[in-house]
Design a protein around this ligand. Structure first.
Ligand code: KIV
Ligand code: ZN
Length: 518
């Protein structure tokens, strides 16, 4: 508790768009990053780490656009401890209301020797120079000691003290390789509080990776020891096994106030929306038993549990489904629902669309209602997400017909695509109906991209459920994810492929990022 007896505030630093995007295959385009940043801002995240501006022109552009648009959250860009990185980062953040430069350098003996090939004194000098330079551009500078959990304590204290002396207002202690265990990590934070003389001039942050499945536990242990910022990502996305999951941090703090008397500024009711958006965009499915946002997180299978929950929800539920944005009465609209009800439901689901976008979504909703009697919230979300960002596409699906089954060997697909304004059609066969349809796409629009992921997910229950398909394509080291939703799985598959292909065409025109590590 603080001196005022108010629970202490924990600042939530979301790095879905930076560390999250570093997950292999999770690359996002500008439009997707803007949509995620909008949801993060609306849900009350304190800091949005929008990217690593020097990494590529795409990253620079994303940080610059997010910086211009986000007004309530701090927008942060990552930079190594070099002049070029920091200047590029400052340039990208120019339009931000609250810009933060996040500069980092490795401090563990292993990283200094083998990765940086620098002596500790040189690293220390780089801390001084980088934070001093960053402070010329903004008052809000965060400094991180990469591989902090494997750094010698004396050297960490020396670097942290220097970073704060040079004007860092946040010092971040990463468990970069997910090696720490909770009591050890908490002791590390306490050690800094005890030993660094100017520690009270900065906020302590933690950034934990999940290699041993301990990222959330380590982050919460650090909060108990005095850390006041937690770096995390939606659905725990991130390098290798990912980062601490934001929804787990926030809900643990909210649910266990008795043990952890801290508050965050996050509107937890937006958690499902953010989770679904990030999963849809990246094609990274959420495992059904994932805490907070998994499909089974609030499902009760055993009869004895169902009976208990019906008598008193608290018997087996420690949080309400509503508190994370799950509505229990999920059947919402149908064939006869009008524009007004549709618009209101969109608003309840957190979508603020312009008139044209609402009109477009409403037309698609009516088409869907012709195919499907009950329209669930998930259907509406899939429908709106499926139609987002469809302007300026070079390739569009016009028509698809597929012949398959035991009597039609091999399966045949007849496909019509609009390519750069011209409608073209062809027939193709394949090992299965999806293969035939994808072969037809390749015939109409020849390309060498490899299919890295093909994933089908039923949006709701029942055989008339919409299928939501994710496709990941890779070409010369560049990957893109595409999504498509439809009550016809094959149509959804072609939509997803075409969506990934369109993104790849945009990416082809952009410069190749240099190999960077963070
Ligand atoms: O994991 C890590 O150490 C990082 C730093 C750049 C904060 O991502
Ligand atoms: Zn990281």
């Amino acid at each position: 508790m603080s001196k005022t007896n108010e629970p202490d505030r924990i600042f939530i630093f979301d790095t879905t768009l930076r560390d999250g995007e570093q997950s292999p295959g999770a690359s996002m385009n500008l439009n997707e990053k803007l949509r995620i940043s909008e949801v993060l801002e609306d849900m009350g995240v304190d800091v949005i780490e929008a990217g690593f501006p020097i990494a590529s022109n795409g990253d620079f552009e994303a940080v610059r656009e997010i910086a211009k648009r986000v007004k309530n959250a701090t927008v942060c860009g990552l930079a190594r401890a070099t002049r070029a990185d920091i200047e590029r980062c400052a340039e990208a953040l120019k339009g931000a209301e609250r810009p933060r430069i996040h500069s980092f350098i490795s401090t563990s003996p292993l990283h200094m020797k083998h990765k940086l090939q620098m002596e500790p004194d040189q690293v220390h000098e780089a801390v001084f120079a980088s934070v001093t330079l960053a402070r010329n551009f903004t008052d809000d500078v965060e400094w991180s000691c990469e591989d902090g959990s494997r750094t010698e304590h004396d050297f960490m204290c020396r670097c942290v003290e220097t970073a704060i002396d040079c004007g860092a207002t946040t010092v971040n202690i990463p468990d970069t390789v997910g090696y720490a265990v909770p009591d050890e990590f908490a002791s590390l934070i306490r050690m800094l509080i005890d030993r660094v003389p100017n520690i009270d001039k900065a906020r302590i942050s933690v950034h934990c990776h999940n290699d041993l499945g301990l990222a959330v536990a380590n982050s919460l242990a650090a909060v108990g020891a005095g850390a006041r910022q937690v770096e995390c990502t939606v659905n725990g996305l991130g390098e290798r096994a990912g980062n601490a999951a934001m929804e787990e941090i926030v809900m643990a703090l909210r649910t266990r106030q008795d043990h952890m008397p801290y508050v965050t500024g996050v509107r937890t009711e937006d958690i499902m929306k953010a989770s679904r958006l990030v999963s849809g965009i990246t094609g990274f499915l959420v495992q059904p038993n994932k805490a907070i946002v998994g499909a089974n997180a609030f499902a009760h299978e055993a009869g004895i549990h169902q009976d208990g929950v019906l008598k008193h929800a608290g018997t087996y539920e420690i949080m309400t489904p509503e508190s994370v944005g799950l509505t229990m009465s999920n059947i919402v609209l149908g064939k006869h629902s009008g524009r007004h009800a549709f618009r209101r439901r969109l608003a309840e689901l957190g979508y603020e669309l312009g008139d044209n976008a609402i009109e477009d979504a409403f037309r698609r909703f009516k088409d869907l209602a012709d195919k499907k009697k009950e329209i669930f919230n998930e259907d509406i979300v899939a429908l709106v997400d499926d139609s987002a960002g469809h302007a300026d596409l070079r390739v569009r699906l016009v028509a698809l017909e597929v012949l398959c089954g035991t009597k039609h060997r091999p399966p045949k697909a007849e496909l019509e695509l609009e390519i750069d304004g011209e409608v073209k059609s062809c027939k193709a066969t394949g090992d299965g109906p999806v293969d035939a349809a994808f072969n037809a796409i390749k015939r109409l629009f020849p390309h060498d991209a490899n299919l890295q992921l093909f994933q089908v997910n039923a949006v709701t229950q029942g055989t008339d459920a919409q299928a939501e398909v994710s496709v990941r394509l890779e070409e010369s080291g560049k990957t893109t994810n595409g999504q498509g939703a439809d009550t016809d799985t094959l149509v959804a598959a072609v939509k997803a492929y075409v969506s990934a292909l369109n993104k790849l065409l945009v990416k082809r025109e952009k410069t190749q990022p240099p190999a960077l590590s963070a």
